[in-house]
Design a binder for this molecule. Structure first.
Ligand code: NAD
Length: 427
């Protein structure tokens, strides 16, 4: 397990200071206490607030703790939790390690920026907690591997926050694609339009007293505080994430990996440009992925095919006998120039989800992995990282799928794992 926190001043500012944030009263509940799943939410920004709302709506859940290293975010999260589950006790922390030390917590959710996902999940597994973790799975390829190893070693449950997976449209699209009605599928086109911004050239300023900037940076390089690097827009910096591409990849690549389970990735070729400004994630990026029997093309602009321009994100499956285009909520199937939304003759083969968060709770109880489990989402996330590496190096890369390494390219292999700042390597 992790070593104890060394920064005394931070402890003073957070754990002690935040003791005053503990909210306490007793309230009768429909579900008896022993049946409840006790959850802590870590990272209470935009998505963390959704986690509070989603999980507090589930009768089996009791939210017992929150953590954020920004005191303002934590305080407003505590207020929201109190509103959502009035009268129940919830304690706020500035350091997630204090949550992992508690023996009375069953599971955590993690909605921090991407560069913290792996360490928090791994340490949670090591402390016997199950994890609902936000996408993308990890900051780099190596972290994803370590997450899977620790999940297995510690016999834990993990669900990735790809909530679109649970919807009817993806389930039905997978059934149609797998039925074979489109013939052999040789090509899939994925897109998400919208450029990653450069964010101008703002000067560094002193971080707010209420924010632990050093911990926010974690294993990422130490840099002076610029607000644009931090909350919400961190995703446009390669030190923490990978722009619009990394943000949306797994929501739409999910439908391809679920329906076709592509194997034998061989070659990755990226093109793109950097934005003007301090942010350095690709402004736009197009990536060609060559698998054994399938080509997947990611583009920033929708491809020139009917129905794509109307969808800001989408997947287009090209088979020998027909095509299927879909986004999160809709789909069109084209067979012999006849466009339909469904093919009723195809049986329902997949069990429907009880809801993405509920599916996680049921997995906690049954000890069987949920729909967006770690082994699956790691395979689905890996090509995204490789596309970014090809973009960074501005060259095509040959990949050995068995060894999970680039062939004859040590510079590219070094980018599979970041050498993080030692001070914040906690595992
Ligand atoms: N599933 C989805 O559809 C979806 C949508 C939006 C965001 N997300 C994901 O959620 C995550 C958060 O995104 P966001 O938009 O909410 O970002 P955000 O910047 O609004 O929030 C992140 C929060 O985490 C806190 N934080 C950072 N490091 C921490 C640490 N070590 N311990 C505790 N708190 C820490 C920050 O202070 C901040 O409050 C990202 O990984 C993002 O990809 C998923």
């Amino acid at each position: 397990m992790a070593e104890p926190l060394k920064r005394r001043d931070f402890i003073k500012k957070t754990s002690l200071g935040l003791a005053g944030f503990t909210l306490l009263t007793a309230m009768p509940s429909k579900v008896v206490a022993s049946d409840r799943i006790r959850i802590a939410h870590i990272g209470i920004g935009g998505m963390g607030r959704n986690h509070i709302q989603w999980f507090s709506d589930l009768p089996e859940v009791e939210i017992v703790a929150l953590c954020d290293l920004d005191e303002d975010h934590l305080a407003s999260g505590l207020k929201l939790t109190q509103k959502m589950q009035p009268g129940r006790k919830v304690t706020g922390y500035g350091d997630f390690r204090r949550i992992l030390e508690r023996k009375d917590i069953d599971a955590i959710t993690c909605a921090t920026p991407d560069h913290w996902h792996a360490q928090i999940a791994i340490m949670a597994f090591q402390s016997g907690k199950d994890v609902y973790g936000e996408k993308p799975l990890s900051y780099d390829v190596h972290e994803g591997k370590q997450m899977l190893k620790n999940l297995t070693d510690h016999n834990r449950i993990f669900q990735l926050g790809t909530q679109i997976h649970a919807g009817e449209n993806y389930h039905r699209s997978v059934e149609i694609i797998r039925s074979g009605i489109l013939g052999r599928i040789h090509t899939v086109r994925l897109w998400k339009n919208g450029l990653s911004p450069g964010l101008g050239f703002p000067e560094p300023v002193t971080p707010p007293e209420t924010l632990n900037w050093d911990m926010w940076l974690g294993t990422a390089p130490e840099v002076p505080y610029v607000p644009e690097r931090c909350h919400r827009t961190y995703r446009y910096f390669l030190d923490y994430s990978g722009g619009v591409y990394a943000d949306f990849w797994c929501h739409i690549a999910d439908i391809v990996f679920w329906s076709l389970q592509p194997e034998g990735l061989k070659r990755i070729t990226s093109r793109g440009e950097s934005p003007q400004g301090i942010a350095d994630a690709p402004e736009w990026i197009d990536v060609d992925f060559e698998f054994n029997d399938l080509n997947i093309y990611w583009t920033t602009q929708p491809p020139d095919i009917p129905g794509a321009a109307q969808r800001s994100i989408g997947a287009y499956f090209e088979g020998e006998n027909g095509t299927l285009i879909c986004d999160y909520e809709s789909r069109e199937i084209n067979i012999n120039n006849r466009i339909v939304h469904d093919i009723p003759e195809i049986d329902q083969m997949l069990e429907r989800s009880p809801g993405h968060q509920q599916n996680f709770l049921e997995s906690i109880k049954s000890r069987s992995q949920p729909e967006s489990n770690l082994a699956y989402v790691r395979k689905m996330t890996l090509p995204m990282h490789l596309g970014l590496i090809s973009w960074r190096l501005n060259r095509s890369l040959n990949w050995d799928d068995e060894k999970e390494s680039f062939i004859g390219d040590e510079e590219a292999n070094r980018l599979l794992a970041r050498k993080g700042r030692k001070k914040w390597i906690l595992i």
